[in-house]
Design a protein around this ligand. Structure first.
Ligand SMILES: *[C@@H]1O[C@H](CO)[C@@H](O)[C@H](O)[C@H]1NC(C)=O
Ligand SMILES: CC(=O)N[C@H]1CO[C@H](CO)[C@@H](O)[C@@H]1O
Length: 728
């Protein structure tokens, strides 16, 4: 008896294994049709959320992904960040925050799918749109068009990523979580501008991608002419009117903005949970089957990764999970409830196209009624101000303004997008430590000397010289003043004018700061023009030009310049105006403190720091350091930097990003009137306050005690105002 049972169960296992190796092999597939993406032959309504792996730490990933799963997310969408992975040609990096394979495996362990947007152009408010800076200096290159060197580099990197995913068996057809990949990114508008070479490039990119045989579909977002078999998808605040370019492709929304990014000097954008839910329900009721939240967790632009659009270090995006990994309520919960309601409708949604019935002016019913008895209905009220009661079937339904009710059985209203059943949480930042004991180190402004190695009789473009190895470039020159100069005799000062392509300029004359000017998001260009104190004999002019990352978007953004391109002139001399642009200039890349690695433990002990009452305050170009112990609780931590100007902050040698409060002009905040059409000039908060006050310190970067914090301050600030806070 025993024996025969065992034999029988062994036989079953064997049959099962045979069956599975045949059956599972045959069915592991991702395809699509006019309704939806089919996973293993089954149509799916998929809710996706963007989480960009380098914008959080590996220690945060499991929790973020679990919270996404609990919020009803099926798919995690991420870009692939080329410049993080290939810092110099052929030299690859896939560790720590750039451990892409680890990130995807964590998603897989949570039982979610991945939409991998390889790009490799990603935009994303990320430095240089994700392109490595060295790529710009490949001879004969032109980005994102029918150009040999560019296509070769793009193909090489895309192939590298695809092969890596294949080797780790991460595509769905190999048993992995990746159900879709993306090539290029929002190229449609660029193609339109580029013309024939743009069209040829689109074709090439699609063919190249398909040739990599990933076994899963490729998408192109914002690309109306995406060649078959690629799917064109929509990116916007609302996408319900979007139709794919072929009727056998599903209606998909790859970037649904949960908010917007923050830039220095602008208010912080917000998008209400109700409007977010409304837009998703509206897309689904119009036959949409894939929605992605951009962002589901925005995170942080650590280090120097934010782009030259004056993008702040925080990339919180008003996303359902906040920068610190905490739930942003009521948004997270309200969307979770929406996802539940949509999932209840899934059998009907994937089976038939909706029929539209008008129930009155601005009132619609979208009904998915199947032949097998499943029925789901969406009742919509587009009126932005008044509630309406509608008759539908045998029932009556009250619809608040600008809302959609979901009836998974065509009878019961289980969810309305404007009725929020979730409590909002008050987010608090509470100080946790007594004051830091700061030491300071003053960086002397660089000036020209006889042995400068970089010199020329011209003003050089900044990135050409720095290759973005630092935000800083010194432009240094000498000005000789004769004792006969009229301004000396009558006690006046000549006017120095320096024009720069961006982004910030500090002007030093004979070692003294004469002034600081900066551009902004709308116009990065700037001009310094002010009287300067010059003495008889030799004067040292030192211009410290500062970049805030490189542009990530715009027509041929790769050709946009940074730095002092001139002219640089001196007005008010006997000779009239002296043009300094073509005289001898010396260059120095980076700050002395950077070369000394002052942000690290070993580097910071290589110089003499000032302590006690002599610690510098309100002095430009100053480095500060202190040590602190980690607070015991597990609450997320941040530094309140309101008392400081601009610069960068490091914790135990790792950069938590550039700091810059960027005060917001009061006039730039509109009232929040989202109903109707959402635009990013409305719904902004924090007017009159800093764009960014708090800077996230990842817990995993801290030791229990003796943590080194180093601050580089350019403008001059008061370090005694810096405080460590916890987010609760
Ligand atoms: C770039 O830098 C080199 C020196 O490294 C210089 O010769 C050249 O003129 C610079 N070009 C521009 C456009 O600044
Ligand atoms: C055209 C446009 O505005 N595209 C933006 C969509 O949103 C992403 C994320 O914020 C940006 O990277 C794109 O530039």
């Amino acid at each position: 008896m025993m024996e025969s049972l065992m034999r029988r169960s062994k036989f079953h296992v064997l049959v099962f294994m045979l069956f599975c190796s045949w059956f599972c092999y045959v069915t592991a597939s991702v395809t699509y049709d006019h309704k939806a993406i089919l996973v293993d032959g089954k149509r799916r309504i998929l809710i996706s959320g963007s989480i960009h792996y380098p914008r959080s730490t590996p220690q945060m990933w499991p929790d973020l992904i679990q919270k996404a799963k609990d919020g009803g997310i099926d798919v995690i969408q991420t870009y692939v960040f080329w410049n993080g992975h290939e810092p110099s040609p052929g030299n690859y990096y896939f560790e720590d925050r750039f451990d892409l394979v680890k990130f995807i495996k964590i998603v897989q362990q949570a039982g979610l799918y991945v939409n991998l947007r390889i790009g490799p152009y990603v935009c994303a408010e990320w430095n240089f749109g994700g392109f490595p800076v060295w790529l710009k200096y490949v001879p004969g290159i032109a980005f994102r068009t029918d150009n040999g060197p560019f296509k070769a580099a793009m193909q090489k990197f895309t192939t590298k990523i695809v092969n890596m995913m294949k080797a780790e068996k991460l595509f769905q057809t190999q048993g992995g979580p990746i159900i879709m990949s993306q090539i290029e990114n929002e190229y449609g508008p660029v193609e339109w501008e580029t013309g024939a070479p743009g069209k040829a490039y689109t074709k090439w990119a699609a063919q190249m991608a398909v040739g990599l045989n990933t076994g899963v579909p490729w998408i192109m977002c914002k690309q109306e002419d995406a060649p078959d078999p690629l799917i064109d998808t929509c990116n916007a605040y609302y996408c319900e009117k979007f139709t794919p370019n072929k009727n056998y492709k599903p209606k998909m929304w790859t970037e649904n903005w949960t908010g917007w990014y923050t830039d220095y000097g602008s208010p912080v954008p917000r998008r209400p949970a109700e409007d977010m839910a409304f837009s998703v329900a509206r897309f689904i009721q119009n036959g949409g089957s894939f929605v992605n939240y951009y962002m589901y967790h925005g995170g942080t632009n650590f280090g120097r990764t934010s782009s030259g659009l004056f993008i702040a270090t925080s990339y919180e995006y008003d996303a359902p999970i906040d920068e610190y990994g905490l739930l942003n309520e009521p948004k997270w919960g309200h969307l979770r409830d929406l996802h539940k309601a949509i999932k209840q409708c899934e059998p009907a949604l994937v089976s038939v196209d909706p029929t539209l019935t008008l129930l009155g002016k601005g009132l619609e019913a979208h009904v998915f009624k199947t032949s097998f008895g499943a029925c789901a209905a969406f009742l919509a009220n587009y009126d932005t101000t008044s509630s309406r009661t509608v008759k539908f079937g045998n029932g009556q339904y009250n619809l608040p303004p600008w809302s959609i009710s979901i009836l998974p059985d065509c009878k019961t209203d289980v969810y309305n997008t404007a009725r929020v059943g979730v409590k909002s949480w008050e987010k608090k930042m509470t100080p946790v430590n007594s004051a830091f004991n700061w030491l300071s180190y003053n960086e002397q402004p660089a000036s020209s000397s006889g042995d400068d190695s970089l010199t020329g009789y011209a003003l050089w473009e900044q990135v050409n010289v720095t290759r973005d190895s630092s935000d800083y470039l010194w432009y240094m020159t000498d000005v000789n003043i004769d004792s006969n100069e009229g301004f000396i005799k009558n006690g006046q000062s000549p006017v120095l004018t320096a024009m720069s392509a961006g982004h910030v300029l500090h002007v030093f004359v004979n070692g003294q700061l004469s002034g600081t000017v900066y551009g902004g998001l709308k116009n990065p260009k700037l001009t310094f023009s002010d009287s300067v104190k010059l003495r008889v004999g030799n004067n040292k002019i030192s211009l410290l030009s500062v970049s805030i990352g490189l542009s990530n978007v715009g027509s041929h953004f790769e050709t946009w310049n940074v730095g002092v391109l001139g002219p640089v002139t001196l007005k008010g001399l006997n000779e009239g105006t002296r043009d300094l642009s073509r005289q001898k200039w010396s260059y120095k890349v980076g700050l002395k403190g950077e070369a000394l690695n002052l942000h690290t433990t070993s580097g910071s002990s290589s110089v003499q720091w000032t302590q006690g009452s002599l610690v510098a305050k309100k002095q430009p170009l100053t480095w500060y350091k202190a040590t602190f112990n980690a607070p015991a609780s597990n609450d997320p931590l941040a530094l309140d930097m309101t008392s400081m100007g601009k610069g960068e902050v490091w914790i135990n040698g790792q950069s938590i990003g550039r700091h810059w409060p960027g005060y917001i002009a009061r006039g730039s905040c509109g009232s929040c009137n989202y109903a109707g059409y959402y635009t990013d000039t409305k719904c902004r908060t924090n007017c009159g306050e800093p764009s960014q006050r708090w800077y996230h310190i990842p817990r995993s970067w801290l030791n229990p005690s003796g943590n080194l914090v180093v601050v580089l301050e350019e403008f001059g600030g008061d370090p005694t105002g810096i405080s460590l806070v916890k987010r609760t």
